[in-house]
Design a protein around this ligand. Sequence first.
Ligand SMILES: Cc1cc2nc3c(=O)[nH]c(=O)nc-3n(C[C@H](O)[C@H](O)[C@H](O)COP(=O)(O)O)c2cc1C
Length: 265
Amino acid sequence: MTASHVKGRRDVGTSSRDSFRYFLKDSVRQIVDFRNTDQQRGIAPPPLEKPIPDGAHLIDLVPAERLHDISAMNVFTAIASRRSRRAFSSEPLTLKELSFLLWATQGIRKIAGPGTAFRVVPSAGCRHALETYLCIFNVEGIEEGIYRYLPVEHQLLLVSQPAQLSARIAAAALSQDFVGKCAVAFIWTAVPYRMEWRYGIAAHKVIALDAGHVCQNLYTACEAFHAATCAVAAYHQELMDSLLGVDGDEEFTIYIAPVGKSTTK
Ligand SMILES: Cc1cc2nc3c(=O)[nH]c(=O)nc-3n(C[C@H](O)[C@H](O)[C@H](O)COP(=O)(O)O)c2cc1C
């Protein structure tokens, strides 16, 4: 062990392994000038969600106050039975079930001011730097396509309807075919500036931590009504970003989770 390991403070390591390990640490906090972040410089906060284009096709979801009866399962059973499930039945998800999953993963509890909203999941500095895209294949009343969740309005926005969506998402998931054989694949992107506005270059690790909370809520919510999901972090970055139509720089894919009704109860 070198002296620099013993000291609390270290710059990014000289080897790439050190720099990747550095990402997991909070040492970056010691080199960020928090007086100089965009927030401290008085720049207005970025919006809570990406804007809604004019003329967008919007779909209303079932409001949160009508979702409480989605499951009678207690939280102990939901947590105890959770596992990664990669097989999905051909039974569609209902709009209410999809609404529940979107609310459970990114639903807004309270808007606290411009650019700040508390959601059902925690987020470092309440910055919530994620967007949720859905590749919908088998949800009652919704055509196949790529959609974006609007947490403020609790609506879906149609993004695109690419041909051969199932094959394209499976290819973008590095031939993990189950990703294209679900009822709906959740794809979370990061919009890093939402977190950088407050934390500068100390933003990135906490965005990844936030994604973990979101996916864990998806697992628990799925389990509660016998749906199946599996976290997926192995994918082709450029293919997945291009499928969603995001630029890969100001916004890019960070996590995926296909969902469908379970083949076992
Ligand atoms: C961050 C993360 C990334 C994962 N990526 C994949 C993946 O790309 N493909 C896959 O089949 N499973 C993936 N998994 C699921 C794990 O393989 C699974 O959680 C692990 O085998 C433990 O099984 P369990 O979830 O049933 O307890 C991922 C899980 C996590 C938490």
